[in-house]
Design a protein around this ligand. Structure first.
Ligand code: SAM
Length: 453
């Protein structure tokens, strides 16, 4: 995922094998004297990884995966420990820095994270601590979170905290920030072309993987824990894909039907394309447009597993590409899953809050408006258009949609809540869908639906 200038949401639909599995407790090293004590060698790995992550040159999941590929000797438990510890610092970077007593190094951030966020005791950390660090760590632990300034307490940069407070108020911002700092569950989408949800859950449970139906998406499964699925038969045969429940609901908003002409305008690696294709029962034509050949290439193996034959990936130069213009007025449904800040996915991508900037949000706004206007030209009279982001910011959501409505009287807004409820999805939602980790326990998606007159 996601350079600040053109972020996308690939990681909330990528295979679990690529997302770090994180244990709450650190694993014991075989030569530890104290049960649960930490190995200095493993801690040094976390220090090296965090040093790379805090350069913020690429997305955290990309940096981590590259580090693990370069260090194949690290076993699964060690990788999980390193990843979880580094992610804890990314989530809590600002408040942990406050605890570092002016010496904000990767080492101190990690020690503070172990003691103050992961709850390790002094005996478990003795193997790690150098002489004056014990005294500092006691003071760091004594610092009360509630005494910190609001933006620090929320572990948000000032500009983002200010934007969220202006939109939601102090209290809700704090609750949202807190919920965004928790780990996301692992959600799966059942490929209805290949399996039923009941059969998938039965098989997972029989294989010792705790799984239950997602409360909102009719084709979602929530796992209790983060098993690696890369070699799991149901994943390999295309019966399941990793996809956040909120992301799944966007497919039900577009509601594509068999035999229709549909476009997923910003398809990326195809998280939503695969869902749309399955809802169309592999009949009709589904264009998967994107400007990134690399992301579209990542769609290919997923497409092969899915068994869909109605998807046509097309790498376009821009939203004004001639291949787009040729389809003007011909499509039944168009989804615009716009490039956005990704700030609704902080549970999975905590680095984004430190990598985004107000300037990047402003630039994204211009791009979002331009993509939405271009995508709208494809929709035929009576057809449906959905604009979506995984951001909670009004600048990327309502501002774009309001301007679009003002400039395009031929598009009538439809109620997102009604469309979902008509399909039996029991959700409290109004005209525009605003999913949040706080209210719905899913990533923070926004969507607006229109019909062309
Ligand atoms: C939010 S991501 C899409 C995620 C994808 N729909 C999924 O579910 O996995 C946004 C995508 O928009 C693409 N994009 C950026 N500018 C674009 C443009 N002008 N036209 C089409 N796609 C664009 C990015 O390459 C990125 O893959």
């Amino acid at each position: 995922m996601r350079r600040p200038s053109s972020p996308h949401s690939s990681s909330h639909s990528s295979p679990a094998a690529r997302s770090p599995s994180r244990s709450k407790r650190a694993p014991a090293s075989p030569d530890d004297a104290v049960p649960g004590a930490l190995s200095p060698a493993l801690f040094a790995r976390a220090e090296a990884v965090l040093g790379e992550l805090l350069r913020f040159s690429s997305a955290a999941d990309v940096v981590l995966s590259a580090y693990f590929r370069r260090n194949p000797e690290l076993g699964r438990a060690d990788r999980a420990f390193v990843a979880e510890l580094a992610y804890t610092v990314l989530r809590r970077r600002r408040s942990l820095a406050e605890r570092c007593a002016g010496d904000v190094t990767s080492r101190r951030l990690l020690l503070a994270a172990l003691a103050c966020e992961q709850g390790l005791n002094r005996r478990q950390m003795d193997t790690l601590l150098r002489d004056p660090e014990g005294k500092w760590l006691s003071e760091a632990k004594a610092l009360v979170r509630a005494s910190l300034p609001p933006a620090v307490r929320c572990d948000l940069p000032d500009w983002l905290h200010a934007l969220l407070v202006a939109q939601y108020g102090e209290e809700a911002t704090e609750a949202l920030a807190e919920a965004s700092n928790r780990q996301a569950p692992l959600d799966l989408r059942v490929n209805v072309q290949k399996a039923t949800r009941e059969a998938v859950i039965e098989r997972l449970v029989a294989d010792g993987i705790a799984a239950s139906a997602t409360p909102l998406s009719p084709i979602g499964v929530r796992l209790n824990g983060k098993p690696s699925l890369a070699k799991y038969p149901l994943f390999l045969d295309g019966s399941i894909e990793v996809q956040d429940e909120g992301s799944q609901l966007l497919g039900f908003l577009l509601q594509p039907r068999r035999g229709e002409m549909v476009a997923d305008f910003c398809a990326g690696a195809g998280g939503k394309t695969l869902l749309l294709g399955a809802l169309m029962r592999s009949q009709g034509r589904l264009y998967a447009f994107d400007v990134s050949a690399r992301r579209l290439a990542a769609l290919k193996p997923r497409l092969a597993r899915s068994g869909l034959s109605n998807v046509h990936p097309v790498c376009i130069d821009s939203e004004r590409d001639a291949r787009v213009r040729r389809l003007a007025g011909k499509l039944d449904r168009v989804l615009v899953d716009a490039p956005c800040s990704g700030l609704g996915t902080l549970r999975r991508n905590p680095d984004l809050k430190w990598r985004q900037t107000p300037q990047a949000i402003a630039e994204l706004g211009v791009k979002q408006a331009s993509i939405l206007a271009a995508a709208a030209t494809l929709v035929k009279p009576g057809g449906r258009l959905v604009y979506a982001t995984c951001s909670p910011l009004a600048a990327e959501n309502d501002a774009i949609v309001d301007a679009f409505i003002a400039a395009h009287p031929e598009f009538t807004p439809l109620s997102a809540g009604d469309i979902l409820r008509e399909q039996g999805i029991a959700i409290t939602a109004g005209d525009r869908l605003r999913l949040s980790v706080l209210e719905h326990g899913v990533d923070g998606f926004f969507a607006a639906v229109f019909q062309r007159q």
